[in-house]
Write a new protein. Structure first.
Length: 506
């Protein structure tokens, strides 16, 4: 391993991005070497309430700004991201541990959603609706919603926030962001870049973006505040189970992006060379810490042994190491807890009959405080309890099948419903997988893996994944409120449903 000091790297990057990370109550550590890389101030309940107050004041002004002008702020933000893509991408790698290519990709994803949102700022369409009454017109208008609370996860510390933020901003909302406590510095850097864009814009209200750092208490203060109209939360199903009912109790809105347990079906007609590359990227990319990571490979019995042999070869040679080094494809797990969870689950898998290849800790001598692992392949006889759960680590379970219906049933039998894929060159199999009788996920792909979605489509999933949709398509509607308007331009007052209601003549 080459010598590396995350603190030195962080200092240069953060100074360049305009972040003061030298003081504060909350410390961030790099998963690359486990060392401290900077500090931020944590917000207690009172500080969160004050931030929401400022964001609400900002909302009252921002909602009056014409949407294309709001789009101009997002355009300028996209420009600052383009200028700082290299630095921010590196900081993402440093703080989240993903390889540099993926860190840069994440910033590109922010830039892409900026572009999308700028276009959207002129397309916040409502319908005109046929009315049953003469001399009337009916339409719907979309209005800004209010303060949007964003709770984001460590694994996509900036892109998922940007999906929410860019849409919310053109929709006329303000934002309070509670980033993952494991990645506060990337959030602080994005806050600084947003301020840079706001200065260029000129008259953006202060408080349009508030960043509040901290753990559960900080998030909880955001969740329970009635001034937060929408809480968009990304994280575990356990977190969503808590956030959902608490926001619902005050009739707030939620947008939940929770656990995935994503599967891929490989049929005998599949292009296996394509499939193995897709499987590797989806299963070991981001060290298996994407909500879209491939976790279950469902392979036809006739090709299972051949495919497994190829995967074992790839898995044993995959370069695991410092994610900033060129050529490395798998960086560290986020922390010790993630490593312990992986070990525990592998032991459970063995106890449930699984045959495990890989999964051992690497580089412990060079970096005792960092947690690198060889990705694991686990052959399972059936979809036992451990396979039904999402483990945020590079573990790929491999299961067999004989009939496609059986594969689809296995695929859909888990409680999560985010992303899915089929590898086949048979049109009938592909279409069946995408049909009403096929994959029950929010994302279903053919001949590409379940991860790595682009921003143009709606992103999200069913069942325990939480049902939210973010990013492209018409996901913007979640960030606005709909008003139905009926206008009478006639001289009579005809009532709907033909109701007669004539007042007695006075
Ligand atoms: C996540 O892991 O929370 O589709 C988001 C993907 C990325 C986003 C993942 N574009 O894998």
């Amino acid at each position: 391993m080459t010598a590396f000091d995350s603190a030195v790297e962080a200092k240069t990057l953060l100074e360049g991005l305009g972040v003061d990370s030298t003081a504060g109550t909350w410390e961030s550590r790099s998963p690359i070497d486990g060392g401290p890389i900077g500090r931020v101030d944590a917000a207690d309940g009172e500080a969160v309430a004050a931030a929401i107050g400022r964001a609400h004041e900002a909302f009252l002004q921002w909602r009056l700004v014409p949407p294309p002008r709001r789009g101009e702020l997002v355009r300028l933000f996209g420009e600052t991201l383009r200028e700082e893509k290299a630095a921010l991408g590196r900081l993402v790698s440093l703080e989240a541990g993903k390889i540099l290519q993926e860190g840069l990709g994440e910033v590109q994803e922010m830039i892409d959603i900026c572009d999308f949102a700028v276009g959207l700022s002129r397309q916040l369409y409502g319908l005109t609706i046929a009315t049953e009454r003469p001399g009337h017109r009916m339409m719907e208008t979309w209005h800004p919603l209010g303060v949007v609370g964003v709770i984001s996860a460590f694994n996509f510390p900036v892109a998922v926030w940007a999906w929410n933020a860019c849409l919310a901003l053109v929709c006329g909302d303000s934002l309070v962001w509670k980033p993952s406590e494991k990645t506060p510095l990337t959030a602080a850097a994005v806050g600084a870049l947003f301020r840079r864009a706001a200065e260029r814009f000129g008259d953006a209200p202060a408080g349009l973006l508030e960043v509040v750092h901290g753990g559960r208490e900080t998030g909880g203060a955001l969740v329970d505040d009635p001034r937060v109209a929408l809480v968009s939360a990304t994280g575990s199903t356990r977190m969503g189970r808590e956030v959902g009912p608490r926001v619902a109790a005050r009739f707030g809105r939620t947008l939940l992006e929770l656990g995935g347990n994503n599967g891929m079906v490989v049929t005998p007609s599949a292009d296996l060379e394509l499939a193995e590359r897709a499987i590797a990227f989806a299963a070991v990319g981001t060290a298996g810490q994407r909500c879209t990571s491939l976790r279950r490979l469902i392979v036809h019995d006739d090709i299972k042994d051949a495919l497994l042999a190829r995967l074992k070869r790839i898995w044993s040679g995959i370069p695991v190491g410092n994610p900033l080094d060129p050529g490395v494809l798998v960086g560290p797990l986020i922390d010790r807890m993630a490593f312990e969870a992986m070990e525990k689950v592998l032991a459970e898998a063995r106890a449930q009959g699984g045959i495990v290849t890989g999964g051992e800790r690497l580089h412990a001598e060079s970096w005792p405080d960092a947690y690198y692992v060889r990705p694991a392949l686990v052959e399972m006889a059936g979809q036992s309890d451990v396979v039904m759960r999402e483990t945020f680590a590079p573990i790929l379970y491999v299961l067999g099948f004989r009939e496609l219906d059986e594969a689809i049933a296995l695929h859909n039998a888990v409680p999560q419903g985010l992303a899915s894929a089929i590898f086949t060159t048979d049109l009938r199999e592909a279409e069946l997988f995408l049909s009403a009788a096929g994959s029950d996920c929010g994302i279903a792909n053919v001949n590409i893996g379940p991860s790595g979605a682009e921003i143009g489509g709606a992103f999200g999933g069913e069942k325990e994944t939480g049902g939210g949709r973010e990013s492209g398509s018409d996901a913007w509607r979640a960030y606005m409120r709909r008003a139905t308007n009926t206008i009478n331009y006639g001289r009579d007052l005809p009532l709907a449903q033909g109701i007669e209601f004539s007042l007695p003549v006075a």
